[in-house]
Design a protein around this ligand. Structure first.
Ligand SMILES: NC(=O)c1ccc[n+]([C@@H]2O[C@H](COP(=O)([O-])OP(=O)(O)OC[C@H]3O[C@@H](n4cnc5c(N)ncnc54)[C@H](OP(=O)(O)O)[C@@H]3O)[C@@H](O)[C@H]2O)c1
Length: 167
């Protein structure tokens, strides 16, 4: 498995397993199945209302050796800079959406599936590569939606604050 080196020297696999929208009662079984299928990097999607509270919990897990690296998701450059310059353990990852509808190259993938067979299929992808012609065929699907949200947009802020009960 190809890896990328994080800022603390840890080698992270370029293919992991995502658990967003896996119901809590199924999460343990799914992650256990994913480990059996060979996955060694798990993306969780726990939504915390308080980023600094969340970061403190992750720091604790990092320092106790429960996790090998910690990171953030969907941070635009200026937010990432502000955050990274104010915390002692710097984020090792900034996860951003990337798919055929929002294309980039050389990224880490974290497919989600609740089915063992599909987890195995999604993990077994290193016996082929796409040709230039394949890439050209995929290119027009790009909708250039980065997944970034505009924190200056009052409607978006209202929605986010509502989600975390911070209104
Ligand atoms: N940072 C962020 O804001 C953010 C946003 C979105 C996602 N993520 C991360 O990225 C992960 C993946 O997200 P996603 O949006 O790509 O996944 P998704 O669309 O939420 O889930 C993948 C869907 O494809 C199905 N599927 C998976 N493998 C398949 C296969 N081999 N054949 C047929 N169907 C298959 C799954 O069904 P079954 O489960 O029934 O197999 C599921 O319905 C998430 O779990 C999360 O960890 C992060």
């Amino acid at each position: 498995m190809q890896t990328i080196q994080l800022n603390n020297g840890v080698e992270m696999p370029v293919l992991g397993y995502g658990v967003f929208q896996v119901p809590p009662e199924e999460a343990e079984r799914c992650v256990s199945d994913a480990f059996k299928a060979g996955y060694r990097m798990i993306d969780t999607a726990q939504a915390y209302g308080d980023m600094f509270g969340s970061w403190r919990a992750m720091k604790k897990a990092y320092r106790s050796g429960k996790v090998r690296a910690i990171g953030v998701s969907n941070f635009q450059a200026c937010r990432f800079y502000d955050f990274a310059s104010s915390v002692d353990i710097k984020p090792a990852v900034n996860q951003l959406q990337c798919c055929v509808l929002s294309q980039q190259r050389g990224i880490v993938a974290i497919p989600k599936s609740m089915h063992k067979e599909r987890m195995a299929t999604n993990f077994d992808i290193f016996d082929f590569s796409l040709t230039e012609a394949d890439m050209k065929a995929i290119e027009p699907l790009n909708q250039k939606d980065t997944g970034f949200r505009d924190f200056a947009d009052p409607n978006y802020l209202r929605r986010i604050l509502g989600m975390f009960d911070l209104k």
